[in-house]
Design a protein around this ligand. Structure first.
Ligand SMILES: Nc1ncnc2c1ncn2[C@@H]1O[C@H](COP(=O)(O)OP(=O)(O)OP(=O)(O)O)[C@@H](O)[C@H]1O
Ligand SMILES: [Mg+2]
Length: 394
């Protein structure tokens, strides 16, 4: 409990942009997020007043941090499960609990659990030798999708293998390096969706509108809220599925269920139990941002409203350009606001590097195509200093 405010203290393990934006939401609630960060210049470390330096794999650092907060939560999935179980046994409050988080930490464990629950997903198999992959490709057809069971993000840890030959060139090296692997059938999908829900320890659930996520090179680059043209029955199916998974796995906090929409229905891709890229639009487009919702959920407050504030909202990620533009970020922002005063810019305070997620831009309004156009132009402009539509600067 914070002595000044009389409010509980939430501790977030990990100091990235998700912690940074959770801190932003905590301020409005009169709270301050305590952050366990690895280094001094992390996105959250730069802004939160209460930062503890320590590594998320160091049990002693975790233990000390947990003892200083009322509830422990996460900005990423990389805390070893056995450490979380130890902390829980020692009486610390962890949300989501290790038993739930395990399904977001390990894709094979998650696939097995989903299959056990009868939740539709792609065909998959565990990989112990390259022959497992070759046999799977023979049975389900090529290409196949090879995945690291743990530690992957932003498409790192995902490999599309076109042929048995390709598998023989790729798999042995990964196995030799100790990577635990699974293989999945490559899904012929119409598009990718995300169903974001929150669940509190009390058992209250809240579902956000289902969104479409657009990926480029394995990274989510654009989020469209609500998913255009998704009929109501599919929306409810996706929301019900996410709420059911949250309740069954006893998730507390946010749960993002990444989905593939196919001609025959929805398949689960993966689970995340924290604020998620597919929920960044909620900062400007929903009544309650996902970051505030996560705090409410882990503190067991009643959850906030999840509806859109306008007919549509588009969020586009700002990804570092291959070459740093000559024009500095300050001047780029000037030009962006001159062209689009309504742009809602969220930058993470990171140094620019090729491909790095530097921020996102939200546009909220009436017409999806128009919002999309402005969001994409803005996000590209902010990292590249180039207007893709040839707009001239005067
Ligand atoms: N079985 C599959 N069939 C077709 N495409 C797939 C399959 N699995 C993954 N993909 C594609 O690869 C992307 C990344 O896969 P996945 O979500 O498993 O990896 P990740 O690196 O953990 O993702 P994130 O960016 O969410 O951290 C998916 O969004 C999808 O575009
Ligand atoms: Mg994913």
């Amino acid at each position: 409990m914070d002595k000044h405010t009389g409010l509980p203290v939430v501790g977030m393990v990990g100091g990235g942009q998700l912690a940074r934006m959770t801190h932003q939401a905590a301020i409005s609630l009169g709270q301050s997020l305590r952050v366990l960060a690895v280094g001094e210049n992390e996105a959250a470390g730069l802004v939160a007043g209460d930062v503890v330096l320590g590594h998320h794999t160091d049990l002693d650092a975790l233990r000390k941090f947990a003892a200083s907060v009322d509830v422990l939560t996460f900005d990423h999935e990389h805390v070893p499960g056995e450490h979380l179980l130890t902390l829980a046994m020692e009486g610390h409050v962890i949300r989501p609990a290790a038993t739930a988080l395990g399904f977001a930490q390990n894709k094979l464990v998650m696939r097995e659990m989903m299959a056990g629950l009868g939740v539709p997903g792609p065909a998959f198999a565990e990989v112990s030798t390259v022959d497992d992959v070759v046999a799977f490709g023979g049975e389900h057809g090529w290409p196949v999708v090879l995945k690291a069971a743990t530690g992957g993000y932003d498409g790192r840890g995902v490999w599309m293998l076109d042929t048995a030959q390709h598998a023989r060139e790729t798999v042995p090296e990964l196995l030799a390096a100790g990577t635990s692997l699974l293989v999945e059938a490559k899904v012929a999908m119409r598009r990718e969706l995300s169903a974001l829900v929150a669940r509190s320890p009390f058992g209250q659930g809240a579902a956000y509108p289902v969104v479409e996520t657009v990926q480029t090179g394995g990274i989510n680059t654009e989020v469209l809220a609500p998913a255009p043209g998704l009929d109501d029955s599919r929306v409810h199916e996706a929301q019900d599925l996410a709420l059911r998974i949250a309740a069954t796995l006893d998730v507390t906090g946010l749960l993002a269920v990444e989905l593939f929409e196919t001609d025959t229905g929805l398949l689960v891709n993966e689970l995340a139990m924290r604020p998620h890229n597919s929920g960044h639009w909620t900062m400007d487009g929903a009544r309650t941002s996902q970051f505030e919702q996560h705090l409410r959920a882990v503190l067991d407050y009643p959850l906030g409203r999840t509806d859109l504030v306008a007919p549509a909202c588009v969020s586009a990620n700002v990804l570092g350009a291959p070459e740093l533009p000559e024009m500095g970020p300050d001047e780029r922002l000037h030009h962006l606001f001159a062209r689009y005063p309504e742009a809602r810019v969220h930058l993470y305070g990171k140094q620019e590097r090729p491909g790095r997620k530097l921020g996102h831009v939200n546009f909220t309004g009436e017409r999806m195509e128009d919002l999309r156009n402005r969001a994409l132009l803005s996000a590209h402009w902010l990292s590249h200093a180039v207007w893709l539509d040839g707009h001239e600067i005067h």
